[in-house]
Design a protein around this ligand. Structure first.
Ligand code: AMP
Length: 500
């Protein structure tokens, strides 16, 4: 038979050995946790998003994380960065090629077609806040899981819709305390863009020896991307490149002019940016990106907070009705929060407002306490507890720190008697009450503590009397009678309408 000593020693040693050898798996590169202290920013962004989208009549859509990979391959374009190197694609257990969504517009277009939204009054205005996944190189403001507020208006070709979405983006940032400037350009129609691309390719071919290997590849596969190349020497080269606005057909030009007029009218600050192109094939006409107006750091300077544009061809391309025009935006939440912090938008110091702190003494009280606490919570009382602590002193210290107005104390004796003690944290006065009535009594005490009018106080006293509750009232301290200055007496008289 084993000696009792051996029984104890062996497991402890085993646990220790295990602990030393165990390594907790780390976060996957480019992914992160959002801890409680960050939540205020996320909640604030969501709150503003909800308000703005509601006032502009957008309805929320929640989108799935997984889609068939072909949805993005067909919509974004097979040569787009998203599809060629950033998409998380894998085969699911059934052998289907699926992808973690890299963006939301294609999903919304799919949903629009799938749910026959073409049959409801147009435009269909939808919004979402979702996470997207891109296997990009992680750096400041660039993560592999990113969140976006998406705004999509499908079923209208009107330039006012372009302006409305841009205006919403601008107001979203402004409400969050971030002033932005909109960079705007037009890509025209696919046919006017084709003419332009021919000219663009001719231009860069003439300078091929100055292009980096990456830009040479872009020249072959996706020449428009040369315009937002950050490779050395490209800034100068781009300066001499043909500009797309000069290749727009009359209709595209008129559309663009209208959008700018609307933005002027709505006082949205913008600059025309001839080098602005967007990474995805489906864009037509207006495209835009929002930047911090006065960035405080270099790294914030080139960082687009959000962007979007018109995508008139996308719904037809995915099999929807011809001529279903649409406009949308993806506003990056991670970067918006970075901008809020840089703009000095800080979380208001959230002093936890606690009405009642619950203290328990002993096992039975702890057990009973769970139910009492739940009753208070359900009754709308803001309450806190420290079930993990045993001593009354430690618990009262926490109650004090949280500035709770009242404390509820439940000990062994109270559990047996079916009572509980209410302690007023200001006066230190204590009363013993029936535990079944405690929520109502607490509510009344709390109301009383928020300075009642004479009538309310009289009503409360009467109610207490009816219920047989005797509240120990503090003797008012005897104060020296103040002599009022004549001017104040005069003012009071006027206020109460009395004449001398
Ligand atoms: P896009 O869908 O690429 O047009 O991006 C729209 C916005 O989403 C950008 O302006 C960023 O604010 C944000 N965004 C895009 N990619 C990332 C990323 N990898 N990490 C963080 N935010 C991103």
């Amino acid at each position: 038979m084993m000696k009792p000593q051996e029984k104890i020693v062996a497991p402890v040693a085993l646990v220790e050995v295990k602990k030393k050898g165990v390594k907790c798996p780390e976060l996957v590169r480019g992914f992160r946790d959002v801890l409680p202290e960050e939540q205020w920013f996320w909640n604030r962004v969501e709150e503003v998003a909800r308000d703005i989208t509601k006032s502009y009549g957008f309805g929320r859509i929640r989108l799935p994380v997984l889609e068939f990979a072909t949805l993005f391959e067909r919509s974004a374009g097979k040569d787009s960065d998203v599809v060629t190197k950033e998409m998380y694609v894998f085969e699911d257990p059934a052998g289907d090629r699926v992808a973690l969504r890299p963006e939301g517009t294609a999903q919304v277009a799919r949903a629009y077609i799938e749910h026959g939204m073409v049959n409801v009054p147009q435009p269909v205005k939808l919004w979402y806040i979702e996470s997207f996944f891109r296997h990009d190189r992680p750096q400041f403001g660039r993560y592999r899981q990113l969140a976006q507020l998406g705004l999509e208006a499908l079923g209208s070709a009107e330039p006012i819709i372009d302006a409305q979405v841009i205006l919403m983006a601008h107001r979203f940032y402004r409400t969050l305390g971030v002033e932005t400037i909109i960079h705007i350009n037009s890509l025209g129609t696919p046919s006017s863009r084709r003419d332009y691309i021919v000219e663009l390719v001719n231009y860069f071919r003439g300078h091929k020896n100055k292009l980096s290997e990456l830009d040479k590849r872009r020249l072959q596969k996706n020449p428009l991307r040369l315009l937002d190349s950050k490779e050395p020497g490209m800034a100068e080269l781009k300066g001499g490149a043909p500009q797309i606005v000069n290749y727009l057909d009359a209709e595209s030009k008129a559309h663009f002019m209208k959008v700018l007029e609307y933005l002027d009218e709505a006082e949205v600050p913008y600059v025309l940016d001839p080098h602005l192109v967007r990474g995805l094939d489906y864009y037509t006409h207006t495209i835009f990106e929002a930047f911090v107006a006065e960035p405080k750091t270099e790294e914030m300077k080139g960082l687009a907070l959000g962007g979007g544009g018109r995508y008139d061809g996308l719904v037809p391309m995915l099999g929807g009705r011809e001529n279903t025009c649409a406009m949308g935006a993806g506003l990056g939440i991670d970067r918006t929060i970075l901008a809020m912090k840089q703009a000095g938008v800080y979380q208001p110091s959230e002093e936890k407002k606690v009405d009642v702190f619950f203290c328990q003494l002993g096992d039975a009280a702890r057990r009973k306490g769970l139910a009492v606490f739940e009753k208070m919570r359900a009754g709308g009382i803001v309450c806190a507890e420290a079930f993990g602590k045993g001593s009354l002193k430690a618990q009262l210290e926490i109650a004090d720190k949280l500035k709770s107005k009242l404390t509820l104390i439940l000990g062994q004796k109270e559990v047996l008697d079916g009572t509980v003690i209410i302690r007023d944290m200001d006066s230190g006065a204590q009363e013993i009450v029936d535990v079944t009535k405690v929520v109502g009594i607490l509510a009344r005490r709390l109301v009383a503590k928020t300075k009642l009018s004479l009538v309310e106080q009289t009503a409360l006293d009467a109610e207490n009397e009816e219920n047989g509750i005797v509240v120990k009232k503090e003797e008012p301290k005897k104060e020296e009678k103040k002599v009022e200055a004549p001017a104040r007496v005069e003012k009071k008289r006027k206020l109460f309408g009395r004449s001398r």
